[in-house]
Design a binder for this molecule. Structure first.
Ligand code: RP5
Length: 167
């Protein structure tokens, strides 16, 4: 569980409730690593005023990184990046119409000067966004760095040396 008394250091934001099934994988990683975080639904298209308020106040509120996921015409990560100098990690959500290719291309193709660190489509991207955000926080939090190292060690230990027949 995130420690409620600690101010959030990472913001996990998404364009819609329907994105939560994907973004919760970033949330779960942050929770497991003990990174104080907050989650919000913020739509670049449906709640633009909420977007401006969030992006322009995020750094002063103490956030150190933002994970932003959206699908389709996925402007959320780019618009947030336009209004903050915090690192923004974009997660393309897998869309129904185009399987997330639309999300990926609209997040990754930022003009030079307004960076969004773009991850893979869907669950893998959300997990890695959580891990990268945790790495940013770990730069100034040795306790979180230690948890990150332990997580990596466990992942390595879980890889068998030989394959076995499945099923
Ligand atoms: C985007 O439109 C959201 O990020 C979501 O991925 C997609 C669909 O949203 P809903 O119609 O499910 O609210 O803005």
């Amino acid at each position: 569980m995130h420690t409620p008394s600690e101010a959030p250091l990472v913001g996990v934001i998404m364009g819609s409730q329907s994105d939560w099934a994907t973004l919760r994988h970033a949330w779960d990683i942050l929770e497991m690593l003990g990174v104080p975080a907050e989650k919000r639904i913020i739509s670049a298209h449906r709640t633009p005023a909420r977007l401006v308020d969030y992006a322009t106040t995020a750094r002063a509120r103490g956030l150190r990184a933002i994970v932003a996921g959206a699908g389709g015409a996925a402007h959320l990560p780019g618009m947030v990046a336009a209004m903050t100098t915090l690192p923004v990690f974009g997660v393309p959500v897998e869309s129904k119409a185009l399987s997330g290719m639309d999300s990926l291309l609209s997040i990754v193709q930022m003009p030079g000067g307004v960076p969004v660190g773009t991850l893979a489509i869907g669950k893998a991207g959300a997990i890695n966004a959580g891990l990268i955000a945790a790495s940013v926080v770990a730069l100034s939090r040795p306790d979180i760095e230690a948890k990150l190292i332990s997580w990596r060690d466990r992942q390595t230990a879980e890889v068998a040396e030989e394959p076995v027949d499945e099923g």
